[in-house]
Design a protein around this ligand. Structure first.
Ligand SMILES: C[S@@+](CC[C@H](N)C(=O)[O-])C[C@H]1O[C@@H](n2cnc3c(N)ncnc32)[C@H](O)[C@@H]1O
Length: 280
């Protein structure tokens, strides 16, 4: 069995028996006016941060969501797009697609503005997205790409770029490791599926994004995510994982390489809010 099959098997199980806190979300779910999230959808929040960046979602964008989970973020994207088929959510796991569909039908009962047909759920995977070239404004994935081995991650990023329109946005949230995760954990397919051992370091993750051909990359947030305890995971010392929310814009790469802005560390320029002094 390949590690991708192990992951699919794992997510089939947690689709049928939701595992609260499977991925440690360290913040409240994004609250939006007039959006009520069904309890079951909340319990199936298997993300590690948020990809729903309101500033990138003007003009009812067409969104492709990769790895639907319980449908929480697909619903949140639909909040901004509000038209049939505007959000396409892809997942290779039939049980997960069925759970998300059920959860969205429940969401429609709680939210008068929402109709289940606002989200179209399709079978497919991150490596062969079932939409044409340059057809969507936004591609989003939360806590999925970290599961992929490096060559597969490169393929998933290339595929996201293929389907994005020029100037389209790739919105992602993934765990990153504060130092390299040792090989014995990286090889553990179940831990990888659980988003615990596939994480790259910040530098490796940024390098993958830069090599994928996005001209502008912004880190929007970085937060503590999980701790791999030394005693449990056979490590010399505890290994903290952080989660990283990012936005990559499908714009040509400038000669010197992509423009990278890390808003989680960069100090915003000091603005002069005083009127220029007048002389005389
Ligand atoms: C960690 S969960 C995240 C779910 C959702 N994004 C969230 O934030 O709650 C990973 C999701 O990706 C799906 N998945 C697994 N392998 C995949 C693949 N190769 N391509 C696309 N989705 C995949 C799983 O079935 C599951 O729904």
């Amino acid at each position: 069995m390949s590690y991708l099959e192990t992951a699919a098997e794992f997510y089939a199980t947690v689709a049928q028996t939701p595992e609260v806190g499977l991925c440690c979300v360290n913040e409240e779910t994004l609250a939006l006016p007039d959006l009520v999230i069904p309890e079951i959808m909340q319990a199936m929040n298997y993300g590690c941060g948020t990809t729903v960046q309101a500033s990138e979602l003007a003009n009812q964008p067409a969104v492709l969501y990769v790895g639907v989970g319980g449908g929480l973020e697909a619903l949140q994207f639909a909040y901004f797009s509000r038209r049939p088929g505007a959000v396409i959510a892809v997942d290779p796991v039939a049980a997960m697609r069925e759970a998300a569909q059920r959860n969205l039908i429940q969401a429609a009962k709680l939210n008068p503005w929402f109709k289940p047909e606002f989200v179209q759920i399709l079978a497919g995977d991150a490596f062969t997205l079932p939409v044409p070239n340059e057809s969507v404004d936004v591609v989003a994935q939360n806590c999925l790409f970290n599961i992929f081995e490096p060559a597969d991650l490169a393929q998933a990023l290339a595929e996201a770029q293929r389907v994005l329109k020029p100037q389209g946005r790739l919105l992602m949230s993934d765990p990153i490791a504060t130092r390299p995760i040792p090989e014995h954990l990286r090889r553990d397919e179940r831990l990888r599926a659980m988003c615990l051992s596939g994480a790259l370091t910040y530098e490796e993750y940024m390098q993958h994004l830069a090599q994928a051909g996005f001209g502008h990359i912004e880190i929007r947030a970085r937060r503590p995510y999980r701790l791999l305890e030394a005693a449990i995971y056979g490590l010399a010392a505890d290994l903290p994982l952080d989660s990283l929310d990012s936005v990559a814009i499908n714009t040509p790469v400038p000669c010197g390489g992509p423009k990278i802005i890390d808003l989680s560390i960069d100090t915003p320029p000091i603005k002069n809010t005083q009127a220029p002094s007048c002389c005389g």
